[in-house]
Design a binder for this molecule. Structure first.
Ligand code: ASP
Length: 432
């Protein structure tokens, strides 16, 4: 049985057990199940696994990106990869939120609902764009790494890689040392993945056991429209974009991206999923490391299609609940704000709500509206993170294909990059 199948079984069992605990009321606070199983066993195993993934993110991004820059060897090409991926990330995010607004407004969700909420939400500011730009250059690269500041790490790694190239022959030893370190980090990803079926089970069972089911039913129109818009973006928009720009098969893509989606779903964090996304696009899809090492961490930070969709649907929903007419100009502001907000905020759990509070402040929607959807956000965060990560992978694949950095045989080979039970990779991608 392949690891992906085991992970999917872990996920299905996690949903069943978690919902079982929730619906039978076994999760009563302070009870045995709540204390020792849900917040004991599930919590500890799940958190240990997420920590293990996060442990890999910074060194993996650093070594693979320095290695990637040296592998490209051409600064012009680097610029093209950068601008192409940036353009595609912004384009898909803008399409995502526009579709969400059209769907939600067309269905008129939230109309005639009485706004009653007890949950308080105090909006936190996400950094202004000027500060985001300034912070791309770290004053202290070690500090940036310890804080996991992705854009600063990317900047430092690219500059380091370019300088290695410019130093030339003398740096050859350092380059091959870094490439070996990258292989070691990838090996660590494979080892940690072996734990994933159990960890995914624990993470999902815990999340489901703690879900506010009654809230879910109260907000059923919001939840259903949002999930519908997310699925539409994943299965229609992104696949049209993939096919249109690269000519590659959406069916194969959707099959191979599943693993990364499950991790994004279980961790609610595109950042923590970086090791898995990177492995999926390089070893399963055949994207050369020189492209993926840049586009994946860059996408995890600036590209959030799923989060943008949530903002579109939430804005329409809350505007209708409070009878506010935003008008076309209002909605255009929402689109612009969401795209910009996604650049400065990292892919970590719950950050979508912070971005939403920025959007609300801009168009003058009541902040307490966010309190209304707070209770169901945990589940929706899981779903939208899976969409965020899928968008990162689509753009990585397109950029690689258009730059001749995609091994099409690997992409088309169903077993490429699958891991066997000892953590060995079955079919290795050959560099394009
Ligand atoms: N959790 C999401 C991510 O990491 C961001 C969000 O929508 O809250 O991509």
């Amino acid at each position: 049985m392949s690891l992906t199948v085991k992970v999917l079984i872990g996920m299905a069992l996690g949903i069943a057990v978690g919902l079982g605990i929730n619906l039978t009321g076994l999760n009563a606070e302070g009870g045995f199940i709540d204390e020792f199983v849900v917040n004991g066993l599930f919590h500890v195993v799940g958190k240990m696994f997420v920590n293990a993934l996060k442990m890999l993110v910074v060194p993996l991004v650093l070594f693979s990106l320095i290695g990637g820059v040296c592998g490209i060897g051409d600064i012009k090409l680097l610029g093209r990869i950068g601008s192409r991926s940036f353009g595609l990330y912004m384009l898909t995010t803008a399409i995502a939120i526009a579709t969400a607004i059209v769907i939600a407004a067309g269905l008129g969700i939230g109309k005639g609902m009485n706004a009653t909420t007890t949950a308080e939400f105090t909006g936190k500011d996400s950094p202004p764009l000027t500060q985001v730009l300034i912070d791309i250059i770290p004053t202290n690269p070690i500090d940036a790494m310890s804080q996991g500041e992705m854009l600063s790490i990317i900047f430092f790694a690219i500059m380091f890689g370019c300088s290695l190239l410019m130093v030339g022959k003398k740096a050859a030893g350092v380059i091959s040392f870094i490439e070996t370190l990258n292989d070691v980090m990838m090996k660590m990803v494979s080892i940690i993945m072996l734990m994933s079926p159990i960890a995914v089970f624990c993470l999902i069972a815990k999340a489901m056991a703690n879900l506010g089911m009654d809230l879910l039913f109260q907000l059923v129109s919001y939840v259903l429209v949002l999930i519908g818009a997310l699925l539409f973006h994943l299965f229609v928009t992104l696949q049209v974009v993939l096919k249109g720009f690269s000519g590659l098969s959406p069916a194969i893509f959707l099959k191979k991206i599943r693993n990364a989606q499950v991790f994004a779903f279980s961790t609610s964090s595109s950042n923590a999923t970086i090791p898995v996304t990177l492995r999926t696009v390089t070893e399963r899809m055949g994207v050369d490391n020189s492209v993926a090492s840049f586009t994946v961490p860059f996408g995890a930070t600036i590209n959030m299609d799923g989060t943008a969709i949530m903002q579109g649907v939430a804005t329409v929903f809350i505007a209708n609940v409070y009878n506010v007419d935003l008008g076309v100009a209002g909605y255009l502001t929402v689109i612009m704000m969401s795209v910009l907000a996604s650049i400065g905020t990292a892919g970590v759990p719950g950050v979508g709500l912070i971005m939403l509070s920025m959007v609300f402040a801009q168009v003058g929607l009541p902040m307490e509206g966010i309190g209304l959807i707070l209770g169901v956000d945990r589940l929706l965060d899981m779903v939208r993170t899976a969409v965020n990560v899928s968008g990162d992978a689509v753009v990585s694949t397109i950029v690689a294909k258009t730059e001749g950095k995609l091994d099409v045989d690997v992409f088309n080979d169903p077993s490429a990059g699958t891991i066997d039970t000892s953590g060995e990779i079955l079919v290795k991608a050959t560099p394009a």
